[in-house]
Write a protein that binds this ligand. Sequence first.
Ligand SMILES: Cc1ncc(C[n+]2csc(CCOP(=O)(O)OP(=O)(O)O)c2C)c(N)n1
Ligand SMILES: CC(=O)[C@@H](O)[C@H](O)COP(=O)(O)O
Ligand SMILES: [Mg+2]
Length: 625
Amino acid sequence: MDTPRILDVIASPADLKVLTNDELAILAHEIRQEIVATTSVTGGHVASSLGAVDIIVALESLLTMPKDRVVFDVGHQSYAHKLLTGRRDTFKSLRTYGGISGFTKPTESPFDVHFSGHASDSLSIATGLAKARQLKGTDEKVVALIGDASLAGGMAFEALNYMGNEQLPLVIILNDNEMSISRNVGALMKHLGNIRANNHYREAREGLQEAMETCGPVARGLLSFGRNMKESFKQMVIPHSMIFEALGIVCTHPVDGHNIAELRDILSLVLEMDGPALVHVVTRKGEGYEPARRDPERFHGTGPYDIATGAARKGRAAHPTYTEVFGAALADEAAHDENVVAITAAMTGGTGLKTFAREFPARFVDVGIAEEQAVGMAAGLAFGGKKPVVALYSTFMQRAVDQMIIDVSLAEANVVFALDRAGLVGDDGPTHHGTFDMVYTRMVPHMRVLAPSDEAELVHALHTALALPGPVALRYPRGEGAGAPLPERPEMLVEGRARVVREGDDAALLAFGRMVGQAQAAAELLAAEGMSVRVVDMRWVKPLDEEAIAAAAATGAVVTVEEGVVAGGAGQGVLEVLARQRSQARAITLGIPDAFVTQGPVSQLFADLGLDGEGIAATVRSALA
Ligand SMILES: Cc1ncc(C[n+]2csc(CCOP(=O)(O)OP(=O)(O)O)c2C)c(N)n1
Ligand SMILES: CC(=O)[C@@H](O)[C@H](O)COP(=O)(O)O
Ligand SMILES: [Mg+2]
């Protein structure tokens, strides 16, 4: 008979209060087993979640939740929190269609504070919660859990600046594992490394222990009373200051993030403080599961895997991904043009830049989780005569729209924006779908926007973008390409010229990006019903091919199809052209409606949104009816 698990009797963090440190450590082990068992089937952010288990168990054992608020940065490490807050039974549905989210999500649980997914926002949210607490005169604790890489994001720095000045009562738990998705980068990372290297925490802790034992009740009384707390805390545990101290934020020595007793000791102290405090916790990504410990980058975000070996369950895809094709094409371009510089914001692997980084290390820049810096720096590089290619996920580029408008486009700087993960991404869900980029690029003066329909087109689009003066964006989706043979040589595309991929005169489908494939599927279905439908690969979101639009309108029915929000999107651009042309054609824009799209397989989401062959065919039928 199996030994009963502690995890099975935990309905909420309140149940943790009766457990000893040893029992909490056993619970942490059970949670890790549960995370591995589930993610081996669903995939997920394994290494970060495993690394944060002890912190979450220790922290939540000390809080009164959901009254006390814990803000998870990115939220990719929150699986233990999910298991402790009433989602043990639904955990198996992690990241699946209709299942629980891979990030915190307030509509899923009252224990979740915000829709996490984008890095570096937790401290700002926490400052808002702490300010609200002050205004209401309430006493709930506010804690933010943030990783070492996310702490370097601009938004986090802005929050530190504010909270230190205002002396807001909140606790930052810095989960320092020396890793972003790959190895962490930057001066802050080096600073944290120096602190770890000079860690006198043990001696300080023993001093604290002694102080607590000799004058325990007095010291504790002082602490809980909150008077002079910062000073007493400093005297007891902090022999030297650092950057955070200079900003008015009390900072602890590095604490072992896998020792629940130590974590509870230090957390119970800082939770009683009346100003901002940062607990520097040292963890190992993937802790408790050897394959993830060995290869934390692969297990940062993984698909299903074999538990015994850690090997991926899915075999190699039939075709290279858009990302792989982009990475190879960019390295090729860089080999022919020494001015090409590649910039990533902590997504070297995700944006396909590993080859480039290896072959051209001097021309490769990883700014860390700092999209604004990536785009601002690209402007500077362009002013200095270089040809920067900023490779970002479409969703993360949202952080740097201002820099794209003011620093790059106003100056007509030669910057290429390579927007990966444009369109629906699948299991990460609404925070990660790249559904806004056609709007935020199209609206900017001087910007040109390409939406290649397959991987061969992507090679040409990149080549064209690098050759054109001024800012150019290209957008392409996550995952496997369409299987189009790659060209021997990249071609220069004619600016603003679409290509007809199927003739027809009953109606016209004007499709953008990989929607061209879905439009062709729709045309096939309609052909079987006797309808002749033209399919146009629009290639350019901006400038649009006005002749191709006029020719489409001559069929009498135009349906635009895009993998992005319709409000302000490419289809809207087509409508503007049709209006200018005083067209009488019936026109319908298909794309993402005014709602956030859920998580799930992309094919399922396409079907739900009417963006698969069937759905598009149905719209054409209604346009012709
Ligand atoms: C604005 C933004 N940029 C990039 C990412 C992609 N991303 C997700 S997690 C991560 C690394 C986070 O590292 P860290 O904060 O140290 O947490 P760890 O995974 O090491 O626990 C990155 C770059 C993101 N989620 N949001
Ligand atoms: C949490 C996060 O933002 C990233 O880890 C993201 O999930 C990566 O997505 P891809 O799997 O598309 O690279
Ligand atoms: Mg980290």
